[in-house]
Design a protein around this ligand. Sequence first.
Ligand code: ADP
Length: 482
Amino acid sequence: MADYSKFLKESNLIGGQWVPSESGATVDVINPATGEVIGKVPNSGASETKRAIDAAQTAFNKFKRTTATERAILLRKLHDALMDNQDALATLLTTEQGKPLAEARGEIAIGAAYVLWYAEEIRRAYGDIVPSPLRGRRILVTKHPTGVVGAITPWNFPSSMLARKLGPALAAGCTTVVKPATVTPYSALAWGVLAEEVGFPAGAVNILTGSARAIGGEIMANPIVRKVTFTGSTEVGKTLIRQSADTVKKVSMELGGNAPFIVFEDADLDRAVKGAMAAKFRNSGQTCVCTNRFYVHDSVYDKFVGKLAAATSQLKVGNGLEDGTEQGPLIDDTALAKMDEFMNDAREKGGRIVQGGKRHALGGQFFEPTVIAEANDAMQVTNEEIFGPIAAIFRFSSEEEAISKANDTEFGLAAYAYTKDLGRAFRLNEELEYGLIGINEGIITTVEAPFGGLKESGLGKEGGHQGLEDYLDTKYVAIGGL
Ligand code: ADP
């Protein structure tokens, strides 16, 4: 097993110093596969956060004057450092989060890819010179780093969700105050170790662990913070948007999803099953783009259910650090209890459990990968984000019906559809109210494309050239008397 001891930081990073919480209080970090305590991190609050914000502001006053090339060089070094430490970082990630090691390695790689992408993109963050309506005047549109950025991240991708925020923020010349999820803090603290190692100035990356309410509260209330970027639940996201109003901060929000996965009568069923397995069971179903509702055409329903159940029965459940594991534990007992609730509800409302359906024989926080056939709109799984390894399969009989059901939610993050009809593919692109659409593909996230939800799934984009815009302010200058 790769040695991750250098990344197991048990302190906050504030202004280049690794420091404990002011009260000395700590929070235990638990391995979800074994229940063992991995270590302790500071239980910090508003006062430490205020110090971190001040340190970020001091650093910003210099960092904003660096050139795009200087920042690109630092980011390239950060990318290389991440990849040089891929095994150690992945092992640490699996240990605190539970996902299979192969997925954790992939997460480190995609995180590094975001960093490299923004190292490249910032060198092309052009402004505009606009034709002037008046003689003797020139109009310039220029871009400037927004300022101190607060970044609040979730536990399901504790490393790459931070990459999506630190990459563009640091590329743009912003400095940051990071608050990782309390259950997975080490993967975030590791970014502090590497940022220091490759030479980012003290205060460019500050990281605090502890009370979400207190740290988040200070980040939201403090006027120095000009932008907040958050990935997490819609409920918390809405609170943060409300809190942002008092100081009129820019916000970007990656919130919950309720992804439909539509299998049309002309779909390549084997390809659809392969995509379905990836779109449903990655990270044991704990991603915001995971399929929540499968809609399958009547004429291929039984075939698809049979194939999906067969593939699901083959998934190897276990500790993510063990060879061959494909499904790790759920993050905590609350998540496990939620799966029980979904299953009881589905059983009561006429669902047919084709595969799995209960807590796994391994005990602990493991749940069986599950397939429910004959799902219907009265079930909880229709409207709530499952965030676990339960595939609920609904029927439909026309394209219109499938699209209307797919859109019948307040969420609008990811949608998937399998069809060989090109015209239909374009209709789906137009009709599906989703920010990310996979046609004949179950995994579509890539650094080159903008990731972000519509409706109540979020605001703003991460990835693509669009991902930089959130960290840059646009100014217009009119130069007259020429
Ligand atoms: P999840 O369901 O993924 O845990 P949450 O929205 O609960 O999503 O948490 C995502 C992140 O938001 C975590 O870092 C969590 O600590 C933080 N968080 C939770 N509540 C608040 C809050 N009231 N203010 C600021 N951050 C919060």
